[in-house]
Design a protein around this ligand. Structure first.
Ligand code: GLN
Length: 500
């Protein structure tokens, strides 16, 4: 049999190639991310780990917010390049090379190197992350019931990378300084690249750029945007959005102006694609996908408090003493990844069991459930904040439970959404829509930052309670409209029916 048909543990070998490539890529991403704010805020002299940039906390957090957003937003051009020009497989390859360069440059100590390195990482992740995810979907035929499980396995790879990174990069930085930490992230990325190149033999049939004979099957973004000028309602909506961006620019500064303009660009593109879709079935499915992206933004907007507000809360207001030793704050950041590794197959197993009984929940339901479960995690943070208010410090178990619920919620929404996109999108927009999905998570990151910053004004108790109530209500609303939503997918999730 052909190499690409080879299987291991019931899945194509290609899955494990993508697993390890992504594991090392995430190692480099999360390893570097863990250092970023610390490096920026460390003084320029007198630190054991070498000179930092000496920035204020506000400046550092602002750059961090924009960076974590941009990294995912760049998935849109990354997806477009794959769809239009070179296919997913080559995009991942180039992305991996750019990432090696980026992390390599960050080893240097100059300021220009810092910005150049970050820029390259943003471009590299943009090319790699959405396209490697779409390739996982490409390993399975339409209707293959192993697809969701495949994505759960892939998700374990992501978190294995993140877990190893938070441990080893932290160790290296403590011993050898900042730039050695950046270097370790770079070495990890080189390993990812090597695995990927070696594994090409198992990936011959996925992620290739198909040149279509029929021009209709090609996406022309130029034409899509061109059509915008001639179709009245879409044009008017876009105009309003542009005006709103202008106001945003004026009142909130250029950063937000750019952000709104960017969202306008995506919204316009989505409207035009909707119009171009061949029939009602496709249009309905597209609508559902866009609605599910709203859930995605809300989910990550709450979830990503982990690296910001909850991290600071852990550091300042939590009693971290265990058996006479103080547990370092960063260790709490590993809980999420560790819980994913423990629970991913269990959660996927529960869905699979229900499927055998013919009672599997749809992806949309799982996603709504994910928001609710994650929301309940914040209830533990509410208790933590109450305890702190009464006694002056709070028990770390609250945090453990909060992260546990956040992770269980993440497992309901994140791998499920990846798989859902590969089921619902017409093939010619596959990479683009994966890109839009990651951009939605990027916007979620930014929302998280904005909410987190407002904690200094409203206090943690109010913020945690607010997030709890909001997420549970929104999740409940989606559950309430599940039936009509499900109808709009026109059976895209049923095995017997094909997408195309
Ligand atoms: N933690 C996951 C990853 O790194 C999800 C990130 C996201 O979807 N924004 O892939």
């Amino acid at each position: 049999i052909d190499k690409h048909e080879k299987e291991l543990f019931g899945h194509p070998v290609g899955l494990y190639i993508l697993f390890f490539t992504e594991m090392w890529e995430r190692f480099s991403y999360y390893g570097m991310r863990a250092l970023l704010t610390l490096y920026m805020t460390t003084a320029t002299i007198g630190d054991d780990r070498g000179p930092g940039l000496g920035w204020s906390e506000t400046d550092a957090l602002a750059l961090y917010g924009w960076y974590t957003m941009l990294v995912y937003v760049m998935s849109i051009p990354g997806g477009m390049i794959a769809d239009k020009l070179i296919g997913q497989k080559k995009s991942v390859l180039i992305g991996a090379i750019v990432l090696c360069l980026g992390h390599g440059v960050l080893v240097l100590t100059d300021t220009w190197a810092f910005y150049t390195g970050l820029g390259l990482v943003i471009l590299g992740v943009g090319l790699l992350k959405p396209n490697i995810s779409t390739m996982v979907g490409g390993l399975y035929k339409q209707g293959d019931i192993r697809r969701d499980k495949g994505f759960s396995i892939f998700y374990i790879g992501i978190n294995l990378g993140s877990l190893l990174a938070t441990i080893f990069v932290a160790l290296v930085v403590a011993k050898k300084g900042w730039h050695a930490g950046f270097g370790l992230a770079g070495i990890a990325m080189v390993l990812g690249l090597v695995v990927y190149i070696w594994g090409q033999q198992f990936l011959t049939h996925v992620g290739n750029h198909e040149v279509s004979v029929n021009k209709d099957e090609e996406v022309s973004y130029g034409q899509l945007y061109g059509d915008l000028l001639t179709s009245k309602p879409q044009f008017l909506i876009t105009l309003l959005l542009v005006l709103a961006s202008g106001l945003g620019w004026y009142f909130m500064g250029w950063g937000y102006g750019m952000l709104f303009l960017f969202i306008t660009g995506i919204a316009a593109l989505m409207m035009m694609i909707y119009k171009e879709l061949p029939n009602k079935v496709y249009q309905d499915r597209f609508m559902v996908l866009l609605l599910s992206f709203i859930m995605v933004i809300i989910f990550w907007g709450a979830f990503e408090q982990a690296g910001g507000l909850m991290n600071l809360y852990t550091d300042e207001k939590t009693n971290r003493m265990l058996l006479g030793m103080e547990i370092p704050t960063v260790m709490f950041q590993s809980l999420n990844a560790a819980f994913i590794i423990i629970f991913a197959t269990i959660v996927a197993g529960i869905w699979a069991k229900r499927k055998l009984k013919g009672r599997e929940a749809g992806s949309l339901f799982k996603m709504a459930l994910g928001i609710i479960i994650m929301g309940f995690g914040f209830l533990f943070m509410v208790f933590a904040a109450l305890e702190y208010q009464q006694t002056g410090s709070s028990n770390m178990l609250w945090l453990v439970f909060a992260y546990l619920f956040h992770t269980l919620g993440e497992l309901c929404i994140s791998p499920v959404a990846l798989s859902f996109i590969t089921k619902l999108t017409p093939i010619k927009y596959a990479s683009l829509m994966m890109g839009v999905y990651f951009a939605a998570t990027g916007l979620g990151n930014k929302v998280a930052g904005i909410i987190g910053e407002s904690a200094s004004e409203y206090g943690e108790y109010t913020i945690f309670l607010g997030i709890f109530v909001f997420t549970v209500v929104i999740g409940g609303l989606f559950v309430a409209i599940m039936k009509p939503l499900k109808r709009l997918t026109h059976g895209a999730e049923d095995n017997e029916r094909d997408l195309v």
